[in-house]
Design a protein around this ligand. Structure first.
Ligand code: ADP
Ligand code: MG
Length: 397
């Protein structure tokens, strides 16, 4: 069965009541997978580099029960409508389930491919996370389902192994859905903890939870959803093209990944193509900016990271070329209205920007960005304040 388009998320729905509506019974449990924003370290994950995301309070909630057979029924509840899909586990193969339910089917497929046997499930999804806004609703969905299913089917070893669970969720997205995304989103959704940012080495998957208590420094992280949507699953998408460019550059430079470039000036001299030079410059300097940001956070110099955020944006705009007029306007307006720094976040070509703002300037920045979008005749941006939140977990027990 081919699923309907995914319904618009609706904050405030009761997950257990939604499950009862869909299946006429109580769920065995309720799990939550968070969205994320990446504070800094963009397009570094698939270059084996470093990233620094936080998980959001917003996310996708999965109310789930086991079924006695090998079938999965899944309903996604929106504001005014819901969408449903159904698939069997026996004949699961990439392409057998399409549309939004592929993200769910992909998790069951990736578990099986890795040798973990699970049975069927009834899954009811509710969400307060905008889709395609660069806040990673896809990983929120994958991780909510992954923690639910591993807990319900007693895969305790896997459930405790968060790096491996992140790899499985990534495999669902890469191998089943067909979106060539890195390990950032799933790691953030699984491994973040409250009040901290996740300093993650995307090669070794070693991670540290570093302090990110902006409130103690009188600061807020404002997320500006431009409402320009993107899909990283597109065959000719810019995300895919950037990834291929980075791989080509690494090959020419004779390194396993751009993370291994030690002498940037020398590397730039050896690349004949100016486009590849720009891409390499972004990735290498962005990895340095992640380390510099972590150093400042550990020193409690929160406001000082603003400059690094703004430098990251310029690099993404001018060297990596994945910004767009809406992201640029959001960033420029936020800084002009007093933000300590701002940048686009996520894969690019739309989605969201973040701005580091003193608490007493927050309203001014919000109003300035909204007014600037209105002047352009653009859809009003979505504005949320990002609080560093825990990773995917059971929420009803
Ligand atoms: P992002 O992860 O930045 O939000 P993606 O294109 O990676 O954007 O993933 C968005 C996709 O995830 C949607 O097109 C849909 O297939 C799936 N998805 C997100 N939220 C939901 C939801 N509440 N119900 C069903 N599917 C969802
Ligand atoms: Mg995604």
């Amino acid at each position: 069965m081919s699923p309907d388009p995914v319904p618009a998320p609706a904050p405030g729905q009761d997950p257990a009541a939604a499950f009862r509506d869909a299946f006429g019974a109580e769920p065995e449990g309720v799990w939550h997978g968070p969205g994320r924003v990446n504070v800094i370290g963009e397009h570094t994950d698939y270059n084996d580099g470093l990233v620094l995301p936080i998980a959001l309070p917003q996310g996708i909630t999965a109310a789930v029960s086991r079924t006695g057979d090998r079938s999965v029924q899944v309903v996604s509840h929106g504001r005014t409508e819901s969408a449903a899909a159904r698939f069997g586990l026996a004949d699961l193969a990439p392409g057998s389930v399409t549309g939004w339910a592929a993200y769910v089917a992909g998790v069951f497929w990736a578990l099986r491919e890795a040798g973990h046997e699970v049975g069927g499930a009834r899954i009811s999804l509710t969400s307060d996370l905008p889709i395609g806004s660069g806040l990673s609703s896809s990983a929120a969905l994958e991780t909510a389902v992954a923690v639910a299913v591993t807990e319900l089917y007693g895969l305790d070893g896997l459930r405790a192994d968060l790096p491996e669970l992140a790899r499985l969720a990534q495999r669902a997205e890469n191998g089943y859905v067909g979106a060539p995304t890195g390990i950032l989103d799933q790691s953030a959704a699984l491994r973040c903890v409250e009040g901290r940012a996740l300093y993650l080495d995307c090669r070794s998957l070693a991670a540290r939870n570093v302090p990110f208590d902006l409130a103690s420094a009188g600061l807020r992280l404002l997320v500006i959803d431009t409402r320009v949507h993107h899909s990283h699953a597109e065959a000719d998408g810019g995300y895919r093209v950037r990834r291929a460019e980075c791989e080509r550059a690494a090959k020419i430079l004779g390194v396993p990944a751009l993370r291994d470039v030690e002498d940037l000036a020398g590397a730039l001299r050896r690349l004949p193509d100016p486009v590849l030079r720009d891409r390499v410059q972004h990735v290498v300097t962005e990895i340095h900016r992640v380390n510099a940001t972590v150093g400042l956070l550990r020193a409690g110099a929160y406001a000082e990271i603003g400059t690094l955020l703004s430098m990251s944006h310029l690099s993404l705009r001018d060297q990596f070329r994945i910004s767009c007029p809406e992201l640029d306007l959001a960033v420029e307006t936020a800084v002009a209205a007093g933000a300590r720094g701002a940048r686009m976040t996520g894969g690019g070509f739309g989605g969201s920007a973040i701005a580091l703002v003193a608490a007493d300037r927050l309203d001014k920045v919000r109003e300035a960005v909204t007014a600037a979008f209105r002047r352009q005749g653009w859809t009003e941006p979505g504005l949320i304040t990002a609080l560093p939140s825990p990773g995917a977990r059971r929420v009803d027990a």
